[in-house]
Design a protein around this ligand. Structure first.
Ligand SMILES: [Fe+2]
Ligand SMILES: [Fe+2]
Length: 174
């Protein structure tokens, strides 16, 4: 994607009224998704990058149930992407990644781009475990990692990295 579009997307995400946790999380997901995409040369990196930035914009100030933020994010992302001259023909693919990242709820990720974004979202919790602990209890955090690790759409490269990180987490912290 061109620099202008990338700037527009990052600025838009950064002014969203979401928590500090959320912006940091999103940056880790973007970086992780782009890394994972290198294993899949046919995957569309524009779609992956835009979706990774936008996947959690549904966490805004309006009351939104946690388990619906993926749908809210899609509602926000669609008019925004049209406005910033993101390639029109790629918008549906981005929206699919966004709507399917909340993988405990349908729809499930059905494209390689959506699997990469959802895998990066999952893997980010392993990479940033200490931050996860600041947001939810240890018990909930570990249960989350367990669910993330065994999610059916996890691409093998993400699952392997997640397993390696999990092995390094101090057993006394588990
Ligand atoms: Fe999310
Ligand atoms: Fe996320």
């Amino acid at each position: 994607m061109n620099e202008q579009t990338r700037d527009d997307i990052t600025q838009f995400v950064k002014i969203q009224p979401s928590s500090e946790w959320n912006l940091r999380h999103v940056e880790v997901v973007v970086e992780t998704a782009l890394e994972l995409s290198q294993h899949y040369p046919d995957a569309d990196r524009d779609v992956i990058e835009a979706a990774a930035w936008l996947h959690d914009v549904g966490h805004n100030k309006k009351p939104v149930k946690e388990n619906e933020h993926h749908l809210r994010a899609k509602e926000i992302a669609e008019p925004f992407l049209i406005r910033v001259s993101f390639p029109r023909e790629k918008i549906p693919a981005v929206l699919h990644c966004v709507e399917s990242h909340r993988t405990r709820k349908p729809p499930n990720p059905s494209t390689i781009e959506a699997k990469i974004v959802a895998s990066a979202d999952n893997l980010s919790h392993f990479k940033d475990f200490q931050w996860l602990l600041r947001v939810i209890s240890r018990e909930k955090a570990l249960a989350k990692l367990e669910r993330n690790l065994n999610a059916p759409f996890m691409i093998p490269e993400a699952k392997q990295q997640a397993e390696e990180i999990l092995e390094q987490i101090d057993p006394s912290e588990r």
